[in-house]
Design a protein around this ligand. Sequence first.
Ligand code: SME
Length: 161
Amino acid sequence: MAEDLIIPQGSRSQQYEALFPQIQGLVAGENDLTANLANIAAAIKEVFGFFWVGFYLVKDEQLVLGPFQGPVACTRIPFHKGVCGHAYTKAETIIVPDVEEFPGHIACASASKSEIVLPVKNQAGRVTMVLDVDSDLLNDFSEVDQIGLEKILGLINEAWQ
Ligand code: SME
């Protein structure tokens, strides 16, 4: 496995296209959940330079901070709180163009202006974790990110969990 990431140029969708096989290579042959989530978060952060990229894992009936890249963050999020809790409860991707406009948004850092949170489901359809990506720019996420990130999350194998 090559540990060097090539930072793709071009449109965001071209960047996702070039990033996907690299993440596929990073996780190939590795079955440790923490190691793979850590590399996935690092690769996304390195390519796009987002403010914060990380996972919250479903544990003890709440969302608990997992591997991430960026400033320190809230450790535990109740299922009914924040964008992460909302994505968990609805079991769907949430894009928030302006976090100030989202009732109940949890501000781990005031620099965060927009965010996208995507659930990861197991084969039974149960959400086992969410990926939270925060930007210091307003309105930084679109369907392009949703498609690109959902494809990457499709690499997360239940056998790792
Ligand atoms: N903003 C998130 C909390 C997590 S941090 O931003 C890293 C939320 O509202 O769920």
